[in-house]
Design a protein around this ligand. Structure first.
Ligand SMILES: Nc1nc2c(c(=O)[nH]1)N[C@H]1C(S)=C(S)[C@@H](COP(=O)(O)O)O[C@H]1N2
Ligand SMILES: [Mo]
Length: 315
């Protein structure tokens, strides 16, 4: 398999990107300033990743100016049903998830299907983005994710004109995932996006948070983040990405189509059948006192994707 250094000119990983994360920089470049002016080689970048840090600069244009939720909350209040349905189960049991070796198959309606090693994906241009995150259960957080735009990955496989949707399939590790014995979901957990949603610059394939690799319970080694949609669209621990012609079947729509739609755009005007979506509980608050915004506050960037659609029908 060809490696990313064949595709990504090292000039795209700028010294500035790396320099600002001093800890990673020192680890990777051994403290020599000369290396900074040349950018890090993929090998040096890899060295930085091994000590658990990721060299990523905050992209202010794509970040909200809000203090992120504390890391210990982001990493202990989780939904990851493969490890149990309690919010505390994923952080207790997900250390059993095996995240290396790990490959992501990118296939379907593409000219050049490929199987990527996760450590090669980590060489794509990583950035930190502080996004709002809103679960359909009406709790929310603000998370400093680290990742790369989905469209950067798409460029490497050349989707054909038949690619109308993207399907994300997540990992099944029978021996390691204690929640799989419950048939809540027809495992593996699957999600999907329309192609224009996937290619939107806000759509992030996420590999880290708070300057480190993703904790297992948050979907290591790679998960999807679509900030204007309910959290369940953010498939964790992805192993396969397929460009497809027809709208894919997705886990929550399969379980309860009356309650969870394929689009799942955050919409305070459309209630869940069992609760209102008008307010959210911004963790660690105890009360849902924060008004929920249309498209989770990203309406200016994404509302045009849905022009002419009845959003109470396509929820
Ligand atoms: N594989 C997998 N991905 C998943 C889920 C899951 O159960 N399994 N839960 C989803 C839901 S409902 C939410 S709200 C988010 C939670 O992400 P977090 O734990 O990082 O906050 O992950 C989503 N991705
Ligand atoms: Mo959720």
């Amino acid at each position: 398999m060809a490696h990313f250094k064949d595709h990504i000119p090292s000039s795209e990983i700028t010294p500035k990107d790396i320099f600002l994360n001093r800890r990673s920089f020192m680890a990777a470049a051994g403290g020599t300033l000369a290396a900074a002016s040349m950018g890090l080689s993929p090998k040096q970048l890899h060295a930085a990743q091994i000590d658990g840090t990721l060299p990523a600069t905050r992209n202010k244009d794509f970040s909200v100016d809000v203090t992120p939720t504390a890391k210990n909350i982001i990493s202990t209040y989780n939904n990851y049903y493969e490890f149990g349905t309690d919010k505390s189960s994923p952080s207790r049991y997900a250390e059993r998830l095996v995240t290396r070796p790990w490959t992501v198959e990118v296939t379907g309606e593409v000219e050049t299907p490929r199987i990527f090693d996760i450590d090669d994906l980590l060489k794509l241009p990583l950035q930190e983005r502080v996004y709002r995150f809103r679960c359909v259960e009406a709790w929310s957080m603000v998370v400093p994710w680290i990742g790369f735009e989905f469209r950067e990955l798409a460029k490497l496989v050349n989707p054909t004109s038949k690619a109308k949707y993207v399907e994300f399939t997540t990992v099944v590790q029978k021996e390691n995932m204690t929640g799989l014995r419950y048939p809540i979901i027809d495992w593996p957990y699957k999600e999907g996006l329309r192609i224009d949603e996937a290619m939107h610059p806000l759509t992030l394939l996420t590999v880290g948070l708070y300057g480190d690799l993703l904790p297992n319970q948050n979907g290591a080694p790679i998960r999807l983040i679509v900030p204007w949609k309910y959290g369940f669209k953010g498939a964790k621990s992805i192993v396969r990405i397929a460009f497809v012609e027809k709208q894919p079947k997705t886990s929550w729509v399969e379980i309860q189509p009356q309650e969870y739609g394929f689009y799942a755009n955050v919409n305070p005007a459309v209630s869940h059948p069992r609760w209102s979506q008008q307010y959210e509980r911004a963790l660690p608050n105890l009360f849902a006192s924060q008004p929920t915004l249309p498209f989770n506050g990203y309406a200016d960037q994404v509302a045009s994707l849905y022009t002419g659609m009845d959003l109470s029908k396509y929820y």
